[in-house]
Design a protein around this ligand. Sequence first.
Ligand code: GLU
Length: 386
Amino acid sequence: MTNSATTDHAAQSPVWTAHRLVLKIGSTLLVDQTTGLVRRVWLDGLVEDISAARRRGQEVAVVTSGAVALGRRALGLGKQRLKLGEKQAAAAAGQIALVQAWQESLTAHGIAAAQVLLTLDDSENRRRYLNARNTFETLFRLGAVPVINENDTVATEELRFGDNDRLAARVAEMIAAEALVLFSDIDGLYTADPHIDETAVFVPEVRVLTSEIDAMAGTSASSYGSGGMVTKLRAARICMNASCRMAIASGHPLRPVQALNAGGRCTWFMPETERHPARKRWIGGALRAGGTLTVDDGAVIALRNGSSLLPSGVVALEGNFKAGETVLVCNRAGVVVARGLVAYAAHEAARILGRHTSEIATVLGYRGREELIHRDDLVLAPAREG
Ligand code: GLU
């Protein structure tokens, strides 16, 4: 690979042009399957890449898996399937070894490493989300590289991301990164699982997440790639909604970012060009919804034309949501058409559902908001959600 070849490809690569870049590293890349230890030579190569990116003026954050894998060895847990409690214990022990390796490697390049452990709540609760975002801004201003993982030790089954693909997408959206690369042991999206289907064809670029694309991922969480393709497509949805480009790429080369910049194979998920304001990006990326509002066809058209959601267009609701919570808006076929912050709690919304705006005050006994979801609090689904 010559330098000029690197530069030619690089000029077009979102990895090269992104001002802010998030790199997600899968466990299989970082942790040696046989010894259970950190693959230091590989990590040092990646950190070389990070250092080079920073010299070009890029800000880089890493989302790193590997705590549970490293903790297995530290606690003598072997290779057996872990119960939640054991997984949390392994994460507690392994996280120390994980950040220590990152810190040593980054320090060798004169770069400060800053550990950030996030839970699902930190991204779903707006106040905590804004707080985390401020911390990231300060870390970038001070020249540190945030080294992020899920706080597996305290996360419970219902309240965890469970995969670092979506965590990385949420972080990319939170810090308004222009690109996220998911490095794992698979080099991109195929029309079917290439390990079992030899007719599977590589897909270099995706612009719309259709149901056909979803079908390519299969259904099993473990289908091709260690983290599974399903969570990677969910991450892509979050990124595309946040106008962040996302790549699925092989992390096997010793300098994986350089390999991408040199034209290495990967699948790019390219968002529509318009960037939503930050508040809308947060709503669109929410993973947890407090309930569902089913709307009639007229309301779907009105929403697509930029209107607010009025009670008159809602035919059913589900869930015990509070006022201000994120809810899904579905059409009669159950397809998600939007997400938004609902102005009324479920018990009040149920009373005004289907009613004309002029009736709200009489039904509720007070003058509430006219809209169930105001258009400023509403984000249309970027594509069909399955
Ligand atoms: N947070 C987990 C760990 O560090 C990994 C989750 C994932 O690989 O997606 O072990």
